[in-house]
Design a protein around this ligand. Structure first.
Ligand code: PLP
Length: 489
């Protein structure tokens, strides 16, 4: 959709060199000079920052990818990729055949610094392949690096660091996380607005109780969505309102009807459907939040794992005053650490920090210091790269196994995360029988129906299949066994 009400939308876009006054995309030149390996990413970061800072204003038409590539002296593919990525994130809008325009991202004036799937089957339970989603591969936990980090901080921390910690978290960790989230996820993260907590779960509890105290009565949750979101917010006294998703995200009408002024969403890789919210719906959600003076809680639960495309940046980067960004190490390191974070709008910081203080007087200092060390030493990035390689291989093994043993299956949500959605043709159904037969041969699976209220009548078997914690051999064996037991091979 073309932005309206601006004169610049019809003006031809000048090239970098042709005007005397410096055009806004001159700001991209340093990125174009970055080493080849980092050039694409640098270009995307520079463009994102130019929109955020207001240097490129909403409605500005960008040069064609060919013209900009020529001007910057970079390949056209890099520019096309940057345009596509930022369009997906909502910073740009593209109008096929007509051009690319700066979208309506909010100017913040701030810059970013550089059912219980959680319980795996017990050994000896007869389960040979547990495809329930939610757990990373715990055997990949970087024990050596974590032990080294613990040793270092124990020997270096002064005695005073063993007192009650700052309820917001150790300054060293907040700075490290702010830089990490800015760099990896496009989060506008000021350490002063970052609160360290016990995972997304505590973030939801803190936020829910603050909203309740402010007079909120309900919170919207995605349908299908995480049952955990509903449970956590409900425990703070808020009513949860299920809001149906389509293939692009939430729609405005049910949001407006819900009567709530807060919603919890997973826009980068929706849980469980795996879709990335479209740029339009991301923009719509933020418009809605502004119009009701409300908040969006963004759960970036598996934001670190992307396989076939650049990550979709966090929604928070588009409007840090309306979005509460939450994340944790539960997928990247281990859920047992109970370490997470929230990046807050200025208007919520004091109340959330006070809740955190009265809840537990702050997060354990030694674990915080160890995580800060892992992040600043580069160990955390190494761990993410290691997991990414392993998980991509497992995902590919799952796709191959589904293709071989359940021909005709459509698989979606494959570009990211630790699970996919598999839609098996109706001849493998009905769903209940499928799950029972699989369980009978030691294969634990979950159906999509368990995560929401929709009951499609097409007879297809829709599964939410976690793969990250399973070896390729287990994945293949699990699918083969199920197909054999069903008698479909
Ligand atoms: C979508 C989603 N987000 C977050 C969580 C909780 O994460 P954390 O371990 O960070 O508290 C869960 C756990 O079940 C989940 O399903």
């Amino acid at each position: 959709m073309k932005p309206s009400g601006t004169t610049s939308t019809t003006a031809a876009a000048p090239s970098v060199r042709e005007t005397g006054a410096q055009p806004a995309w001159e700001v991209l030149l340093p990125a174009a000079g970055a080493p080849a390996r980092r050039r694409g990413r640098a270009l995307q970061e520079a463009l994102r920052e130019a929109v955020r800072s207001g240097r490129l204003t909403a409605g500005t038409r960008l040069p064609s990818s060919r013209a900009l590539a020529q001007d910057l002296g970079v390949s056209r593919g890099l520019v096309t990729e940057a345009y596509e990525q930022l369009t997906a994130e909502g910073y740009l809008r593209s109008d096929r055949g007509s051009g690319t325009w700066v979208g309506g991202a909010v100017r913040t004036g701030r810059t970013a610094p550089d059912p219980d799937p959680r319980t795996p089957a017990a050994p000896g339970s007869g389960v040979i392949a547990d495809f329930r989603p939610g757990t990373p591969d715990l055997s990949l936990f970087p024990r050596t690096a974590w032990a080294a980090a613990q040793r270092t901080v124990l020997s270096e921390l002064p005695h005073s660091a063993l007192g009650y910690p700052d309820p917001r978290g150790l300054p060293v960790l907040r700075s490290a996380l702010a830089a990490l989230l800015g760099r990896r996820r496009g989060v506008v993260a000021d350490p002063g607005r970052l609160v360290v907590c016990s995972g997304v779960a505590q973030a939801a509890t803190l936020l829910g109780s603050v909203l309740r105290a402010r007079g909120h009565h309900g919170v919207g949750v995605e349908d299908p969505g995480s049952p955990e979101h509903a449970r956590l917010f409900a425990a703070t006294g808020l009513d949860t309102v299920w809001l149906p998703l389509d293939e692009e995200g939430l729609r405005r009408a049910p949001l407006s009807r819900s009567g709530t002024r807060a919603v919890v969403v997973t826009p980068s890789h929706q849980f469980p459907s795996g879709i990335a919210w479209s740029a339009e719906r991301r923009g719509m959600l933020l418009d809605w939040a502004r119009s009701v003076d409300g908040y969006v809680c963004e759960d970036d639960y598996d934001g670190d794992f992307r396989y076939d495309r650049a990550p979709v940046g966090a929604l928070q980067g588009l409007d840090p005053e309306r979005v509460v960004y939450t994340g944790s190490v539960s997928k990247s390191l281990a859920p047992g650490l109970r370490l997470g974070w929230m990046v807050l709008p200025e208007s919520l910081v004091d109340e959330v920090v006070e809740r955190k203080r009265t809840m537990d007087l702050g997060h354990p200092a030694l674990d915080q210091a160890a995580l800060a060390h892992l992040v600043t030493s580069g160990g955390y990035d190494r761990q993410l790269r290691r997991c990414q390689r392993a998980y991509r291989e497992r995902r590919d093994a799952l796709l191959a196994a589904l293709d071989e043993h359940f021909p005709g299956t459509e698989v979606t949500g494959i570009a990211a995360g630790l699970h996919v959605i598999a839609r098996l043709p109706a001849r493998y159904g009905p769903t209940r029988r499928f799950l029972e037969v699989a369980a009978g041969v030691g294969v634990a699976l979950r159906s999509l129906e368990e995560y929401g209220t929709a009951r499609p009548a097409d007879g297809a078997v829709r599964l939410v299949v976690g793969y990250a914690h399973l070896t390729p051999a287990t994945i293949t064996a699990g699918m083969r066994r199920t197909a054999e037991a069903l008698g479909t091979r």
